[in-house]
Design a protein around this ligand. Structure first.
Ligand code: DOR
Ligand code: ZN
Length: 443
């Protein structure tokens, strides 16, 4: 039956840390109370460790379409990706549709969902992919359970691209009609192509030069114009520049737009390309120190709604290729929580903001019932963190099959030591139990 977690330190309003006991019954939290209120057959002493709601990662690329693909499996699949998720405290991962084959029809969707249901160690939701010509399939994928719709306005990994203005507009209109969350990769394709042609035969100093800020800024203002017209709920992925922050901050006053930032756009910039080269090649690119600063300010004044990792498990071998051939993206699902908690402990942000942007807001924005909060009635998805434990990021210790991290060598605090998923222990000090992951439903 149930069990009682005692001496759990949870984060409350105004960044207050409170010691509580959490009663878990079946898959849910039955009570959060003062110590000594309840009794249960089994008691787990959290020993004043920080206990967070299971993290929601609204942006991952596990790559697993459910169609066997040997080359891909060597890099990641739902099993390895979801283990990496748990090691990073993530109990719900929302997976992107730019797989091989892409998730653009209800049949693709069902194949992917069936496989993930069998193999995932964490709960998951799947995006439906928008293409230039699959408008009829989108409602069917949503009926089959798709958590949201992903629109690539600019091309990135895979060939999922909606570059026709007419098709883009129809997707925004459909979003208003069906009230789904539209998640947009906002980089302008024409701008990307123009710069790629220009730099084609030149020496490349920085990916940020080849795929400049203005491509993202043009696309974001285009997105805002479309939302102004259609008023459909829109989640702008991986915002990376100071200018985009300003555009979105003002749009948010009247429009249903949400803003995501990634850890890498907070922590990395062009100067990291000097040492890390193509390892930190990503779309949108890591920008400038000024942009980092603008994103930290936006995080701390609550303009940022959510932190998504954009976990993209390319291998180091692929990253060693020359600039034009090296793929964009890198793994990040295991390091989001330690990076953010360490930043909070260094007073660059607060634990309350970390909890809000990594757990609560993504659950609320994506309308996940019973996820994201430590409160009565919510799923008992719980992450224990020993704040005194410091650990170095090491490539070999990553659970993602891609086996590396752009943060290797950094000493971080905030690593999960124990994770519960719907009342079940699924991770403890590097050991996994499962797979027990289920597809999430939406309100
Ligand atoms: O750098 C990126 N990599 N940006 C994306 O939008 C996609 C991702 C991937 O799937 O590899
Ligand atoms: Zn992505």
């Amino acid at each position: 039956m149930g069990f009682l977690i005692t001496n759990a330190r949870i984060i409350e309003k105004n960044n207050v840390l409170r010691i509580v006991e959490i009663l878990v019954e079946d898959e849910s939290i039955a009570a959060v109370s003062e110590t000594g209120t309840h009794q249960a057959k089994e008691t787990i002493d959290a020993k004043n460790m920080l206990v967070l709601p299971g993290l929601v990662d609204p942006h991952v690329h596990f790559r697993d379409s459910g169609v066997p693909n040997v080359a891909q499996k060597a890099k990641e699949d739902f099993s390895s990706g979801s283990k990496a998720a748990l090691a990073g405290g993530v109990t719900v991962a929302l997976d992107m549709p730019n797989t091989v084959p892409p998730t653009v029809s209800v049949q693709d969707y069902k194949t992917k969902a069936a496989n993930a249901s069998k193999t995932s160690y964490c709960d998951f939701g799947l995006y439906a992919g928008a293409s230039n010509d699959n408008l009829n399939e989108i409602p069917k994928m949503l009926d089959a359970g798709a958590i949201a719709v992903k629109l690539f306005m600019g091309s990135s990994t895979g060939n999922l691209l909606v570059d026709s203005a007419e098709a883009q507009e129809k997707i925004f209109a459909l979003g208003a009609e069906l009230n789904f969350i539209l998640a947009v990769h906002a980089e302008d394709e024409e701008c990307i192509r123009f710069h790629a042609d220009f730099y084609n035969d030149k020496k490349i100093r920085s990916h940020n030069e080849v795929r400049p800020a203005k491509c993202a800024e043009t696309a974001v203002s285009n997105v805002i114009d479309l939302v102004r017209k259609h008023n459909n709920p829109t989640y702008i992925l991986h915002v990376s520049t100071a200018k985009e922050v300003e555009l979105i901050r003002s749009a948010k006053k009247t429009l249903p737009v949400f803003m995501e930032v990634t850890p890498h756009h907070l922590f990395l910039n062009e100067s990291d390309e000097e040492t890390q080269k193509n390892r930190v090649k990503i779309n949108p690119p890591v920008r400038t120190e000024k942009d980092n600063e603008a994103l930290w300010i936006a995080l701390n004044n609550c303009t940022v709604d959510a932190i998504g990792t954009d976990h993209a498990p390319h291998t180091l071998d692929e990253k060693r290729k020359p600039y034009w051939e090296a793929p964009s993206g890198f793994p990040g699902i295991e390091t989001r929580l330690p990076l953010m908690i360490t930043a909070a402990l260094e007073h660059r942000t607060t634990l309350e903001i970390v909890q809000r942007t990594c757990c609560q807001n993504p659950a609320t924005i994506f309308r996940l019932p019973n996820k994201g909060f430590i409160a009565k009635g919510y799923d008992a998805d719980l992450v224990f963190v020993d704040l005194s434990e410091e650990r170095r990021v090491e490539d070999e210790k990553m659970f993602s099959r891609s086996k590396w991290s752009p943060y290797a060598g950094k000493n971080l605090r905030g690593w999960p030591s124990l994770v519960y998923l719907r009342g079940r222990k699924v991770y403890e000090h590097g050991t996994f139990f499962g797979p027990f992951g289920k597809e999430v439903t939406k309100n």
